[in-house]
Design a binder for this molecule. Structure first.
Ligand code: ADP
Length: 620
């Protein structure tokens, strides 16, 4: 099996070197990088937390300010008073001032003063009731015009203005409504009557209308086509009436309480004379308006969350707010929540993170580069050590063989054991060959050593290809003695001159010829050819030798590689010849390749560019 030839004692295990490099990369490169990244991660997390805390503080401060704003709004509501006005007037003024949907005005004893009950019958009631009876009679007997005439005539007498029936309802406003209903559509008096009636309904200062009658008149007129906007208190009246129609939990001073009507809230004034009624949507809008003066912090918005009503299903599943605070004693169960439009921590923390990333990234890259450099250096050192060991093992082994055989021959001759002159001459011949082998070996070692130390300098000069080939061939020519060994040389006539180091090129070709001789059997047929094709010179050495497997062919140019050590041993080699060829040819900007098959011989081809740089090139 082909292996690097090494002495057991000197062997550096290949796995040990790789493990060392892996250990170096891990401890020097990866571990610090992982640590730096972990630190960076922790730093960024802390930075995020710090930013979050800072922003949370700011938002919380804002929420507290907002709560104060709502508290002062509630207190302004709480301070509202009836100001010695009649309950009806107080109702109208409070409702018209806005910000609340309706009010209930109470008297000093806590009884409802507005919406008011009907009062006891007034003066002139009898004549008004008599008139009413006449109208009824006229209508029953089909005399509509007469009825209208009564309603618009006698009934409008100022003395009857405040006349009320036994239930306390004013007679005239109802009569006016009836007149409007009886009159033809085109009758000009309808509008005048409507205007007069609207005025009476909306007049809280002078009219003694019971609230229920006022609401009845308003709704009847809206049904007749009068715009609801003509009655600014219509909704408030409805709201107040509805509120009173259901039994309510008592309103408390300055506290926003729910009512029996869903989404209707009540708050009592400080003097307990007023109950303010709020529809939930309007209440929230009013509070939001109070907040809008204090702008929300960018990226956030606030919302009011009323207490969830017992028994009410929570429909919309809103995500929990980022922050929330209770609205205080005035709004039991209410909360002011703050939501974030986007993640503001991201933006705030991003800058700091970018700085961390750059710093951490640079440190990691620096560490990794350093580790890579050290690993590369170690790799080279390990490789070098291995080569040195290989070299020492090879040198000692290779030198021993020729020296030993020379010694045997010398001893034989010196001790006079060889008497035959022919045999003595054969011995001398053998010694000369061993010597030559030794010289070749030492030449290879020296070339290799210079190559390794990068000391092999080439001197480039114009040199003819023929000269290179012929010089190399002349060195081996003696060995190729027919009929068993044949060396053919074929040089194309138009070979250009190369710019090359002649001695080095001769060594390269000689090594190929030497191998062709060594790795062929008894019958040796070697051809050397040199041709020039498209700016390149090809020098080809073909033999009919043992050939190479595909795997071996891929490795023959490696240092110390030998396919068959016993064969090499016999022929005298150390696995350096082809690596020296490769080194020389590549230093000349060329390539060397092999085509071969086991048992089919091999063809080694050197390819060199004709236009190689004229400068003096030193080995790699
Ligand atoms: P060596 O000193 O062993 O000849 P080389 O580097 O010259 O070292 O060659 C490396 C190996 O390549 C040889 O040991 C041999 O097995 C194989 N090799 C080289 N040249 C030939 C060839 N012409 N035919 C077959 N095998 C060869």
């Amino acid at each position: 099996m082909p292996t690097r030839r090494t002495s057991r004692n000197w062997r550096v295990l290949p796995g040990a070197g790789s493990r060392l490099i892996v250990a170096v990369v891990l401890t020097m490169g990866l571990m610090p990088t992982v640590c730096v990244l972990a630190f960076m991660n922790a730093a960024m997390r802390n930075e995020r937390l710090a930013v979050k805390q800072r922003l949370t503080d700011i938002y919380q401060r804002q929420l507290r300010e907002d709560r104060d704003a709502i508290a002062s709004l509630a207190s302004s509501w709480m301070q509202l008073r009836t100001e010695d006005q009649t309950p009806a007037v107080a109702f109208e003024r409070l409702v018209r001032a806005g910000l609340r949907d309706s009010v209930i005005v109470r008297d000093a004893q806590g009884r409802t003063a507005y919406p008011n009950q009907a009062k006891s019958p007034q003066n002139a009631t009898e004549s008004a009731m008599a008139l009413q009876a006449r109208v009824r009679e006229a209508l029953q007997s089909g005399r509509k015009d007469q009825a209208v005439a009564l309603l618009t005539g006698e009934m409008m007498d100022p003395s009857l203005k405040d006349a009320a029936d036994e239930t306390g309802r004013l007679i005239v406003p109802n009569a006016m409504l009836l007149a409007m209903q009886l009159m033809d559509r085109g009758d000009l008096r309808v509008d005048a009557m409507a205007e007069a009636l609207i005025e009476r309904i909306n007049d809280y200062d002078h009219e003694n209308l019971p609230a229920s009658q006022r609401l009845f008149l308003m709704t009847s007129m809206v049904e007749m086509g009068i715009a609801a906007s003509r009655f600014p208190t219509l909704n408030a009246e409805r709201q107040a009436t509805a509120y009173l129609s259901i039994e309510q939990s008592p309103a408390q001073q300055g506290i926003m309480m729910s009512t029996a009507t869903p989404r209707l809230w009540q708050m009592g004034s400080v003097d307990s004379r007023i109950i303010l009624l709020f529809e939930e949507a309007h209440l929230i809008a009013a509070m939001e308006q109070a907040l809008s003066r204090a702008m929300a912090l960018p990226g956030s918005h606030r919302r009011f969350v009323p207490p969830s009503r017992p028994g009410m299903k929570q429909t919309a599943q809103t995500p929990p707010p980022f922050l929330s605070i209770t609205l205080g004693d005035g709004f039991p169960g209410w909360q002011l929540a703050l939501d974030l439009d986007r993640d503001p921590f991201d933006a705030a923390a991003k800058q700091a993170e970018a700085a961390y990333l750059i710093a951490g990234g640079s440190v990691s890259i620096a560490i990794l580069l350093l580790a890579a450099t050290v690993a590369a250096y170690l790799r080279r050192q390990i490789k070098l050590t291995r080569l040195k060991n290989d070299l020492i093992a090879t040198v000692s082994h290779e030198l021993k063989t020729p020296l030993a055989s020379m010694r045997v021959l010398v001893d034989t001759l010196r001790e006079g054991r060889c008497t035959d002159a022919k045999q003595a001459s054969e011995y001398f011949e053998l010694m000369a060959r061993e010597n030559e082998r030794l010289t070749r070996l030492i030449d290879h070692f020296l070339a290799f050593s210079r190559m390794e130390r990068r000391k092999l300098a080439f001197v480039f000069e114009p040199v003819s290809v023929a000269e290179i080939v012929e010089t190399a061939v002349s060195s081996v020519r003696d060995r190729f003695t027919p009929p068993h060994a044949k060396l053919d040389v074929e040089l194309a006539p138009d070979l250009p001159a190369l710019h090359a180091d002649k001695d080095a090129m001769v060594t390269a070709v000689l090594n190929l010829l030497d191998n062709a001789w060594k790795y062929t059997g008894e019958e040796k047929q070697v051809q050397v050819r040199a041709v020039a094709v498209s700016g390149h010179v090809f020098i080809e050495v073909r033999d009919n030798g043992v050939g190479l497997s595909r795997r071996a062919a891929a490795k023959v140019f490696d240092r110390f590689y030998q396919v068959d050590q016993t064969l090499s041993r016999r022929t005298g080699g150390c696995g350096l010849g082809l690596s020296i060829v490769k080194f020389i040819i590549e230093a000349h900007g060329g390539k060397v390749q092999v085509r071969s098959q086991p048992g089919q011989g091999s063809t080694f081809t050197i390819m060199l560019p004709v236009e190689h740089g004229a400068e003096e090139v030193h080995g790699q």
